[in-house]
Ligand binder design. Sequence first.
Ligand code: HEC
Length: 150
Amino acid sequence: MRGPGMTRILLAGGICAVLTAGVAVAETAQEKRTKTMKALGGHMGAIAKVAKGEAGYSPAIVDHAKGIETISHAMIGLFPAGSADAKSRSKPEIWSDWTGFEKAANDFKAAAPALVTAAMSGDRGQIGAALGAVGKTCGGCHKPFRKPKE
Ligand code: HEC
């Protein structure tokens, strides 16, 4: 399998890889942040349904909890300086009070693992408590650092 045919296949693969990387780079920090925050909302909503008894327990909520935990580690990286576009709800205080912002992100990171444990337990009370604790840290950051919806 060496020859012009193989070379062409390898070349095509290389070009695809370059194109894919180009698409990833084209996503702005603002778009990535919005998408990630929306995903957080989706994960929280799915777990809330179980906590409220609107949905039966399913191990799928463990994945939602793990998704939240993973994002909690990436949170601070979603806010590079100068990344707020005109429609952004990020307040300038994020960057003028970076220490305070980092603390809010760390509070979120600290609360997330207990939600994974609770989700694995399958105990609705425990899930509700851990969900409430994580939700408090969402609000703990949104209140000082997110502009109200227009
Ligand atoms: C460390 C700060 C911080 C934490 C923690 C945080 N957020 Fe956010 N969130 C923000 C900021 C700032 C924005 C506005 C981003 C922008 O528009 O630039 C935002 C925006 C959002 C949005 C609106 C996205 C849109 O449609 O524009 C949702 C939904 C959201 N967050 C959900 C959550 C949930 C759920 C949690 C907790 C599980 C959470 N966030 C934790 C700072 C945070």
